[in-house]
Design a protein. Sequence first.
Length: 197
Amino acid sequence: MPRPLSQPEIDEFRDKLCDAAARLFARHGRDGFTLRALTAELGVSPMTPYRYFKDKDDILAAVRARAFDRFADTLEKAFAGEGPTLERTMRVGDAYIRFAFEEPDSYRLMFDLTQPGEENYTDLVRAATRARRTMTEHVRSLIAEDVFQGDPVVIGHVFWAATHGAIVLQMAGKLDCDFGRIREATMRALYRGFAPA
């Protein structure tokens, strides 16, 4: 019978397991990911992951929750810096794009994948909700300062949709124009569109 593990040991191995799982999901996709491959990657017995997670979907939810938390940390840090709200908001946009291109596998796991019964994974729901909130909080500040007018959630989602669309097209090699120019033109149009009449 395996010896009882301390909480730090559990946390450390869960992190190690999630790191390996993230690499395998990136390499093989959700359908190509197997617990057998994960245990081989970690050099542990086939039953070891079940000491830490219920099943493959539980592992995927944990990997995605960690990605959402890193993403939210990045955006929150960008907005928390010094300077006027508009400047800090632009830093949030820069941080979003940097995260997407520096961690493309995590970005795809976050936004291009839906798990059945996703609402049953409380940590994933918490992390995804935090990430979505992070993408609209700076919009509330811009509305309070009369830079924008309208519903902050709708405005945040419009910026998100535009940014995500450009990122996905760039990642797929489908843009015939420089990404920076497309982003600049899109943001200019959106800022004008949401400015007070």
